[in-house]
Write a protein that binds this ligand. Structure first.
Ligand code: FES
Length: 169
């Protein structure tokens, strides 16, 4: 069966083929792994944060699709030099989708995962510090809710698998 290729923009395809800031960061200040409940893919974000709470460097590893690689790549580029507050407030999945020239609607969740992983990393930074600033909402944002922690994702997937097995019986 031949598949119809997804209508990705030239920018998405270019970032997919030549992603920026791809790979592990050994001296990261914080590392966050997030999984996507819609497709089961995972992404890891590494942030190097200065004492002034500025993002000096960001890298990522993705086990997701082209849309996730492209959006994760663009996130690591645009957050460089931003304060954690600015990164938290300015980076949304809609903005990231625009930055890559748009995504097919069935791929929106891939950009949501990239932003969710970033937000989880920022939240984790303050959790480790033991002091949250007043601009950080107590409730998880839409993107964080859509980007599950590794354990939550594993639980959800095994539940889904069990249900599928039950249905086969
Ligand atoms: Fe899973 Fe895109 S389909 S991240």
């Amino acid at each position: 069966m031949s598949r119809v290729p997804l209508p990705y923009t030239a920018k998405v395809l270019d970032l997919f083929r030549n992603p920026k800031n791809l790979g592990k960061m050994e001296d990261a200040t914080v590392v966050a792994v997030a999984g996507n409940p819609a497709c089961g893919d995972m992404v890891t974000f590494y942030l190097k944060i200065s004492d002034q709470e500025v993002i000096e460097k960001a890298t990522f590893e993705s086990y997701g699709c082209a849309a996730n690689i492209a959006t994760s790549s663009i996130v690591t580029e645009i957050i460089k030099g931003l304060t954690l507050k600015a990164a938290w407030e300015d980076i949304t999945w809609k903005k990231v989708t625009e930055e890559v020239g748009g995504l097919p609607s069935i791929k929106f969740h891939c950009g949501v995962l990239a932003v969710g992983a970033l937000k989880r990393a920022i939240r984790l930074y303050f959790e480790k510090k033991g002091a949250a600033p007043e601009w950080l909402p107590k409730d998880h944002t839409f993107e964080e809710k859509q980007a599950l922690e590794e354990e939550e994702l594993a639980k959800m997937l095994s539940k889904r698998l069990k249900t599928a097995e039950e249905e086969k019986k």
